[in-house]
Design a protein around this ligand. Sequence first.
Ligand code: CMP
Length: 137
Amino acid sequence: MLKPDAVKRRLAGEVIGRFEKRGLKILAAKMMVINKELAETHYGEHAEKPFFKDLVDYITSGPVLATVIEGEECISMIRKMVGATNPQEADMGTIRGDYAIDTGRNIIHASDAPDSAKREISLFFDESEICEYVLPD
Ligand code: CMP
């Protein structure tokens, strides 16, 4: 999910382009403003953290681009490409290392495991919105 800072700074195409160029496949993409309830459900695992309210306020503060991306070892690949949560710790060349401003405005959220990807996808998309297609060789 590209966060409001990515959309407002017009970096969405740049970030999606990195995934496409790496050979990953975009199965769905939806621009939306998340409501508080969806934000709290999506980030439920952080409910007890001190930054939870700020996180929910931030993610609901503007449009996000929710996506479904598929590929070989896609979760670990994307997390490698995204870089560390705190941009001060993110390597140069990663998405956050190159573009993120701070730990809140860190451009992108990427699912951390197959189970969380499944859960998160189902929060944002109906099955009918996820496109299946074959890439050329
Ligand atoms: P994300 O990958 O979307 O998952 C949880 C988000 O919480 C994280 O990126 C950060 O943007 C945000 N966050 C804000 N403060 C912190 C913090 N102190 N530690 C970790 N995540 C934080």
